[in-house]
Design a binder for this molecule. Structure first.
Ligand SMILES: Nc1ncnc2c1ncn2[C@@H]1O[C@H](COP(=O)(O)OP(=O)(O)O)[C@@H](O)[C@H]1O
Ligand SMILES: O=c1ccn([C@@H]2O[C@H](COP(=O)(O)OP(=O)(O)O)[C@@H](O)[C@H]2O)c(=O)[nH]1
Ligand SMILES: [Mg+2]
Length: 236
């Protein structure tokens, strides 16, 4: 749905989209409303978006569980880290800056990450999104709300002991520049200082679902499954 609108609205700036969306605060404002303006026709009613943020420390199992959620509940999986690594691989203008930031275990400027997420959402035909590994800071969170103009419906937090996260990352074997002891130590510090406040924010808003992220992948998924099963009727 976003793809069609994105192609129709190339002359309509994304800030206009964001302003319209945040004013009306509905997904339909981003889709049918703009489509009507662009084409002068009544567009079919679109589905309301369902956004899940998937949070947790490095190696807590976010990506692994996202694959299972996609298989079982048909979400689109947007990994912020994968989108950033794709920018590095494509040698885009921001590639070198992103690579250095990831090597240092720091956080890429919000504007860059949110634009990449926005593009993927626009290209997707799905209305159910798993946004994996984002937002990692309060600034990330605010930036998403301002640019995209919607809030998450559900926030998952994979709560895993540091010792286990370190062990998993060092065994990950995906050739990542940040899967080494020096970077992981920095990432754990960043997680405690910058990401935990985001998790606390959503806890206070009543949107947080905490998963005990130890045990087998299947055992952990049995904690995840009922969360999405409960929403299935309403989400579609
Ligand atoms: N429950 C689990 N038990 C043991 N290893 C796991 C478990 N879940 C994931 N892993 C492994 O740990 C590593 C990190 O998992 P990943 O899903 O990439 O975490 P994250 O995206 O949170 O960094 C991967 O090599 C993955 O195969
Ligand atoms: O919103 C994001 C997501 C990721 N990153 C960077 O990308 C790295 C890897 O993120 P990813 O989610 O892939 O790591 P994981 O938690 O899965 O190990 C992070 O340490 C950050 O440097 C970032 O800056 N902003
Ligand atoms: Mg991951």
């Amino acid at each position: 749905m976003w793809r069609r609108v994105a192609s129709l609205s190339s002359s309509i700036s994304s800030s206009f989209l964001a302003q319209t969306a945040s004013r009306l605060n509905t997904w339909e404002s981003l889709t049918t409303g703009i489509a009507q303006q662009a084409k002068g026709v009544i567009a079919p009613k679109e589905k309301t978006p369902f956004i899940t943020f998937v949070l947790g420390g490095p190696g807590s199992g976010k990506g692994t569980q996202c694959i299972k959620i996609v298989e079982t509940f048909g979400f689109a999986h947007l990994s912020a880290g994968d989108l950033l690594r794709r920018e590095i691989a494509s040698k885009s203008a921001d590639g070198a800056m992103i690579l250095n930031t990831i090597k240092e275990g720091k956080i890429v400027p919000s504007q860059v990450t949110v634009k990449l997420i926005q593009k993927e959402m626009e290209l997707s035909d799905n209305h159910k999104f798993l946004i994996d590994g984002f937002p990692r800071t309060e600034e990330n969170r605010v930036s998403f709300e301002q640019i995209i103009g919607v809030e998450p419906n559900v926030v998952l937090f994979f709560d895993c002991p540091e010792e286990e996260m370190v062990k998993r990352v060092l065994n990950r074997n995906e050739g990542r520049v940040d899967d080494n002891l020096e970077t992981i130590k920095k990432r754990l510090t960043v997680f405690q200082a910058l990401s935990l406040p985001v998790i606390n924010y959503y806890s206070e808003k009543g949107k947080l679902y905490t998963i005990k992220a130890i045990g087998t992948e299947d055992e952990i998924f049995e904690q995840v499954r009922p969360i999405f099963a409960a929403f299935e009727q309403t989400v579609g």
